[in-house]
Design a protein around this ligand. Sequence first.
Ligand code: ZN
Length: 286
Amino acid sequence: MKVRFLGTAAGGGAPQWNCGCAVCDRARTAGVSRTQDCLAVSGDGSAWYLVNASPDLRTQLLASPELRPPPGTRDTPIRGVLFTSAELDHTLGLLSLRETGGIDVYATAWVHHALKHAFPVEAALAGYTEVREHRVRGGEPFELAGGLRVVPTVLSDKRPRYAKRMKPGEWVCAYRFESAAGVFVYAPGLSRWSAEFGKAIAGADVVALDGTFLTEDEMGPARPASGMGHLAIRDVLPLLAAEPGPRYLFTHLNNTNPLVLPGAPELAELAAVNAAVAADGHLLEL
Ligand SMILES: [Zn+2]
């Protein structure tokens, strides 16, 4: 199995265009840039699937050698897209795939509904290419080309702000990817560490976790991380110590998170529990 981290920042990227916070300022000065959350995964190295479709997708695809079209063709190794949520930073890039001949889109019924009505990118894309809708449900495994088995786990019922009027339900999920070579879990929207999530990571080689915020009060007391559907890294670290085994990688970093910057002193806290921060372009081979 191959896994390419295409983007490792939360919505807005890091630095964020209109933010002059200490982290953004230092990132700008140092030339550090993290693009918005997106991942590519393949069981056999030839059939690839995107997990989320960020607004930075075109740049991310051009930077990934294995996602190039075969020479002399107008084709792509990308077979489909899986959504972990309907948030804008995960879905805005879907329209950038409109030149493809057809695409499989995997998401929960709630996310598909939002992408057809409240923010109708799936409906708009269907005017340009064939969109094949696949509904996923928590706990119901499905197969992808290239020998991947996928098990979704529902993480929360947090709706995007544009979909506030829609019903609560299976809005945010994690995916467990299994192949003959190993197990990788992608969970960029972890709001709480449930017993079900504990099962989802059992026996995994690598687990990518929600690294949005280092601390619960990073955005100030009025905007706690938990209120935005994110479990802060410092609240997760003791749990990782109790679940040794997988390699843990934090992704989806907000621009306020000091771990955006390479060499941040806080990285030592992560290293103590076999954890690190994923970087844009990071390639995992299991
Ligand atoms: Zn900032």
